[in-house]
Ligand binder design. Structure first.
Ligand code: NAP
Ligand code: SF4
Length: 685
């Protein structure tokens, strides 16, 4: 191993010692439950998923959570490590990672009241707001059983070949439930005083240390900001960290926020590295390595954090899902080739929380490494891709990566499609990274790009200077739907694209028609002056992150910035708006719209639009008709597919693939678009 500093990110590529092992760099792939942990028949898929990331150069992989005892399962039949049969299965994971030169730690988790199972147990009586099942409050005997199971789990982890273990002590899982009065209402020696609430974790650490040699690394995932009202104070967190070090923890991987917290901690609108200051504070308390996490998604951000010298490593789970080659690319100065995680959660956490297998919106291969392969083609073909939105870009790049000769046609002056619109929404600036990524990938994979070129079917049938096309991929996307409303052609009416792209002046009073994903986005856009650069201070005020370290959980009253416009968000369906938004992001959008004072109107009929504004009536006889006196109406009523090329090409006998919004406009989403683009590329032989 070279000892010279890496010329690009010298701190990130310094080795790091944790207990008895040395990591090759300071990039840690944080724990992320993929769903592949839960069934033995998925073991090879999980091994391939980890192996690909180990090959990508990461210093340490931490697995998704595995329970050390059945009462701690995340859901029925979830991943566990409790016996020698499990050891056999886990050995296959560790061998796959070691073969690629990587290191892997297992996360031992007890879900407590967060378990999606009727057999769950927890510290106190407070029910879980995120799962339906009731739990049993633990008896003294149960408590000692769980403590011993963590020790047993550590022993079995070592036997399975793991390089380290991580004890999950954050995010509101069982250990965290004992630590906080929010969930620990016990009156025995495991509740009440700080010492009593910390006893459970202290005993676990002691037990684990008894079961594994001193040089076997034990990492603690410690919650250092609970963001729940009766969470820990800073003094308690600092004391717990000191005790962890004293009783034999070798590193602290800092964790932010419970799943039930009212402050977002991972979505794209959270400023990058927003919580690193909490990790840095811990530096004054302990001397063991500290790992920072949450919204660290580029090597630049990682390097900047490490350079300040108060944090020893950075944890990046989703960024490694999005790009398994992240670390190698950074190491070799190819940071601009990284497919940067945009914090959308659409294919990772939104899947995890509804029991679906995790993947990545940007990287359809994530979690499907063994089934979606992009090997070199044996016969290079000449391929046309029409449309440079997410579907077309994914198709063009993946097809070219396989060795085909690709020409990409785009009618507008730049690539990106719906992503370029999304990037202008406040808090969605990360989407620019995807456009940057594809721009670079088109370059390095020698895709011929024709911008401002509305290619015709005749031209495609005829071919270009490069010859006739063997196959054509139609990714012409969508056009905003124009609903049939009397007066929809009034000058005050505009499409969401025109509104967001700044093509039209927008007045101070606006009605938004359609409360789907885009309706919410546009509403947020309209309540601020212009798409702001992410400002941590304002963001903390808006969401109520307290500066006062004596405040339990660091939660305070939110102080949102006032809306810059009066906005009405209207839909035809009765009931609550935003039901179709993502599981882990929808609540943030709903809360944002609420905090900006937007009036949300459901069950409306659009009677007409005229100089007076938008005329609404309602099926509900108790709701009187009304006129929304607005300067503008922005239409966010879904989309329709653009498929003009499909029929002529098919009739001419051209092998034609239709993907993304052109294939299906309903429920259009970038996740499906990119997956279809990748799959079509994999299928062209
Ligand atoms: P959408 O979510 O399907 O919403 C379209 C809205 O338009 C519906 O709420 C519907 O509500 C209304 N509508 C449909 N036909 C209409 C008509 N003829 N007249 C008036 N209103 C009509 O579609 P979208 O907002 O365009 O978003 C597209 C996709 O992008 C979504 O599926 C989502 O996956 C993705 N996206 C998600 C987010 C996010 O999660 N934050 C953000 C942006 C985009 P009513 O029928 O009740 O009026
Ligand atoms: Fe990141 Fe979105 Fe991919 Fe999840 S789905 S890893 S948040 S880009």
């Amino acid at each position: 191993m070279s000892t010279a500093p890496n010329p690009h990110y010298p701190r990130l590529f310094e080795p790091l010692r944790i207990g008895g092992i040395t990591l090759r760099n300071r990039a840690v792939m944080g724990s992320m439950h993929t769903g592949l942990e839960d069934r033995y028949w998925d073991t090879d898929k999980l091994a391939a998923y980890y192996a690909e990331r180990a090959r990508g150069g990461v210093g340490l992989i931490i697995t998704g959570g595995f329970a050390p005892t059945r009462t701690g399962l995340l859901l029925p039949f979830a991943g566990k490590l409790t016996n020698s049969v499990d050891v056999h299965r886990h050995s296959r994971l560790t061998k796959a990672v070691h073969k690629e030169g990587g290191k892997i730690a297992i996360q031992l988790i007890h879900a407590g009241r967060y378990g999606y199972t009727p057999l769950k147990v927890a510290a106190g009586s407070e029910p879980s707001p995120i799962h339906p099942f009731k739990h049993f409050k633990m008896t003294e005997q149960m408590i000692w059983h769980v403590i011993r199971s963590f020790g047993q789990g550590a022993k079995l982890a070592r036997k399975s070949g793991y390089d380290a273990i991580e004890l999950m002590g954050g995010e509101g899982y069982l250990i965290n439930q004992f630590l906080c009065p929010h969930t620990n209402d016990r009156t025995d020696k495991w509740g009440g005083s700080t010492e009593n609430r910390q006893r459970f974790l202290v005993e676990i650490i002691k037990e684990v240390r008894k079961q594994v040699p001193r040089d076997f690394p034990v990492i603690l995932r410690q919650s250092i900001a609970d963001f729940v009202r009766k969470g820990q104070t800073w003094d308690e967190i600092a004391l717990m960290a000191r005790k962890a070090e004293e009783f034999g923890v070798d590193a602290i991987n800092t964790d932010i926020g419970w799943h039930e917290a009212g402050i977002p901690t991972i979505v794209t609108s959270v400023p990058r590295a927003a919580f690193v200051k909490f990790t840095e504070r811990l530096r004054d308390e302990v001397s063991i390595p500290l790992i920072a996490s949450n919204r660290i998604n580029t090597p630049e951000v990682a390097e900047e954090i490490l350079e300040r010298g108060r944090v020893d490593a950075v944890s990046m789970a989703r960024p490694l899902l999005a790009d398994p080659e992240f670390v190698n690319k950074a190491m070799t100065g190819r940071g601009d080739e990284i497919n940067t995680c945009i914090g959308c959660n659409q294919a990772c956490l939104d899947h995890a929380f509804v029991g679906k297998k995790v993947s990545c919106l940007l990287n359809a291969r994530a979690g499907r490494e063994t089934v979606l392969t992009l090997g070199a083609t044996r016969r290079a073909k000449h391929i046309a891709v029409i449309g440079a939105g997410p579907a077309g870009l994914a198709a063009a790049v993946s097809t070219a990566q396989r060795g085909h000769r690709v020409e990409l046609f785009e009618g507008s002056e730049k690539i990106g499609g719906q992503f370029s619109i999304a990037a202008r929404i406040p808090g969605k600036e990360e989407f620019n990274e995807t456009v940057r990524y594809f721009t670079r990938q088109l370059e390095i994979n020698n895709v011929t790009v024709h911008l401002n070129k509305r290619v015709t079917a005749e031209e495609l049938i005829e071919g270009t200077d490069g010859g006739k096309f063997d196959e054509v991929i139609v990714a012409t996307g969508v056009t905003p739907r124009v609903p049939k409303i009397d007066g929809v052609d009034h000058p005050m009416v505009m499409s969401y694209a025109d509104a967001v792209l700044g093509h039209r002046e927008i007045g101070k009073r606006v009605a938004v028609i359609g409360a789907g994903g885009i309706g919410f986005d546009v509403t947020e856009f309209l309540t601020v002056d212009e798409s702001p650069t992410l400002n941590l201070k304002e963001w903390e005020q808006e969401w109520g992150v307290s500066e006062d370290l004596t405040k339990p959980g660091f939660v305070t009253k939110p102080r949102p910035l006032p809306a810059t416009r009066t906005v009405y968000l209207v839909q035809r369906k009765p009931g609550r708006q935003g039901k179709t938004l993502g599981k882990t992001t929808g609540w943030v959008h709903r809360a944002t719209v609420k905090m900006k004072g937007v009036e949300q109107i459901s069950g409306a009929r659009y009677d007409k639009i005229d100089d007076a504004g938008l005329h609404l009536s309602f099926d509900d006889p108790d709701t009187p008709s009304r006129i929304l006196e607005v300067d503008n109406v922005v239409i966010c009523a879904g989309q329709e597919s653009v498929r003009d090329l499909v029929d002529p090409l098919t009739v001419a006998g051209v092998t034609t693939h239709v993907i993304g919004g052109a294939d299906l406009a309903a429920e259009l989403d970038a996740k499906r678009a990119i997956r279809q683009g990748t799959e079509v590329a994999a299928s062209i032989n």
